[in-house]
Write a protein that binds this ligand. Sequence first.
Ligand code: ZN
Length: 71
Amino acid sequence: MLEKLLIVCCYFDYHPKIRLVDVKIGFGPSGKIEKVECKICKKVYIRDKKGINLTIVLLVILLLVLVMLLF
Ligand SMILES: [Zn+2]
């Protein structure tokens, strides 16, 4: 149940459960590069500092919960 909601987060490119796979020291202003793996969808990606709008993700989850309650 909860896992399904988390997969929805992954769909929106927000991975709530991640683990650090590799850290590389980069050059320039970007600093170190952190490679992380999502525990839910198993996607490996470079952690982005800016991230996406968490509010939108939470709104979508709230909507899904409402839909599940109604049907
Ligand atoms: Zn994910």
